[in-house]
Design a protein around this ligand. Structure first.
Ligand code: B1M
Length: 225
């Protein structure tokens, strides 16, 4: 089973979406890519959560390291990102349980100026799978759009994701706008993304900082009492 995780991870790092795709690892030419491997793993009853945690996330982390070291370009990162998105699309229906009682409405967004959505999409899927009604507003979402949506839907939670040290500053501005518009107390604000932290969450007045999707689930359960 661990072979699946290693193979999927290797194909993500190689940016090889499917069998036809060349990717950047010549040894993988003509072999199954991420889509075939994830489907095969699912057919063999490998847990979707394990595929997320043991293949997709570490694969993308390795891609990040290669980019930091100058080995990979942005185009390489995009190829790997596409692999993870395709894999997440396959896993999503399996992570969504039917007939779960709603735990509340969640407005989710990557903040303005930030286009990173892999982590946000994973968090949205896991929360949805656990009973939250998630409305995902996408990437680079302006503060007023988030606050207007909050008012319109009477949502109970606002989820904000940022991957850049520059864009994380937008999170505090969104909370300030919620206060100004009189809806701060309506929703629990949960933030996450690599540059954010518990201290940062306290500084900007967010209710919950989560390092990943499962941390978010646990902490939100506690918030709900
Ligand atoms: Co960019 N990028 N990127 N990037 N990218 C980083 C973030 C970076 C750290 C790489 C580096 O330089 N080492 C760096 C940021 C540096 C900084 O700010 N200090 C960086 C940069 C600089 C940039 C550009 C500026 C590059 C350029 O153009 N010169 C540019 C910015 C574009 C923009 O947003 N305006 C850019 C672009 C891109 C791509 C488009 C090519 C692509 C994104 C594709 C996409 O998302 N669709 C990309 C990628 C893939 C990365 C890295 C390699 C991987 C991010 C990722 O998907 N990780 C990243 C390096 C890294 O992280 N090591 C990097 C996997 C994902 C599962 O993890 O997103 O962290 P993550 O999500 C986790 C947790 O953080 C948490 O849970 C998730 C699941 O475990 N989490 C939450 C996330 N959101 C949450 C919300 C929650 C709770 C938990 O509650 C609501």
């Amino acid at each position: 089973m661990s072979d699946f995780f290693e193979e999927i991870k290797r194909n993500i790092i190689a940016g090889k979406v499917d069998q036809e795709d060349e990717g950047f690892d010549g040894d993988l030419a003509g072999k199954p890519g991420v889509i075939e491997l994830v489907n095969q793993a699912v057919d063999e009853n490998v847990s979707p959560t394990d595929i997320l945690n043991k293949a997709l996330t570490p694969g993308m982390e390795e891609v990040g390291r290669k980019y930091e070291e100058g080995e990979y370009t942005i185009a390489d990162m995009l190829a790997s990102a596409e692999c993870v998105s395709e894999a997440t699309n396959i896993l999503k229906p399996l992570l969504l349980k039917e007939d779960v009682q709603s735990k509340g409405k969640f407005i989710m967004a990557t903040v303005e100026g930030d286009l990173h959505d892999i982590g946000k999409n994973i968090v949205s899927t896991i929360l949805q799978g656990s009973g939250y009604e998630v409305e995902d507003l996408g990437t680079s979402v302006k503060a007023d759009k988030i606050v207007n949506k909050l008012k319109e839907t009477n949502a109970n939670f606002v989820g904000l994701s940022a991957l850049l040290t520059t864009t994380m500053e937008r999170m505090g501005e969104i909370i300030e706008l919620m206060e100004k518009e009189g809806v701060r107390d309506q929703a629990t604000v949960c933030i996450g993304g690599a540059p954010t932290s518990e201290d940062f969450a306290k500084k900007i007045g967010a209710d919950v900082y989560a390092k990943d999707a499962f941390d978010a689930l646990g902490k939100l359960e506690k918030t709900a009492g």
